[in-house]
Design a protein around this ligand. Sequence first.
Ligand SMILES: [Zn+2]
Length: 210
Amino acid sequence: MENIYKSDTKRVFLTFDDGPSTVTPKILDILKQENIKVTFFVLGCNVNGKEETLKRMYEEGHYIANHGYTHNYSKIYASVENVLDEYNQCNEVVKNAIGVPEYNSHLFRFPGGLPGGKYAELKKQARELLSQNDVLNVDWNALTGDAETNDLSIEFELTRLSQTTQNKNSIVLLMHDAVTKSVTAEALPQIIATLREEGYEFKNFYDIIK
Ligand SMILES: [Zn+2]
């Protein structure tokens, strides 16, 4: 994972955080049409009632990774053990939803990202604890800005995409499939087309984590 942002050839990992929600099936439809596999950083508290969506992610070959359970910073970052607990709680609901008892994604994304903020030091320590438990973590190095404003538009997302991907060979692109992010689903065909035109190959973390 340390080398994730380095590559000789152009590649992109599409990632979606904070789902599943009613937006997720729309995203899955587009990905199926485009024949692209992505990574969903699922939030444990959103799984109840969305089991079929998770099953579909799994059956259609996407990577179901882990974004914790609550997304509540004061809870998850109350201690390093809480971070691991939330990883385990999220993993539990995911494996029950998809019906795969041995499922473990081994891949976590810290709510709010790893660096900076008032929990930076705790997150660093939590990262150690996770790695002792065979859990890697990955952030992103580009985004569509779909968490930056409540006034989202396709144009805004495409602009942020081009600004943040410039001169990068290896991209981990942050997007969201939360219920308020229907614009991201609307923008996705153009996001994919833009990346294709620029010569990026679509990759999945399955290619790296065996
Ligand atoms: Zn998040």
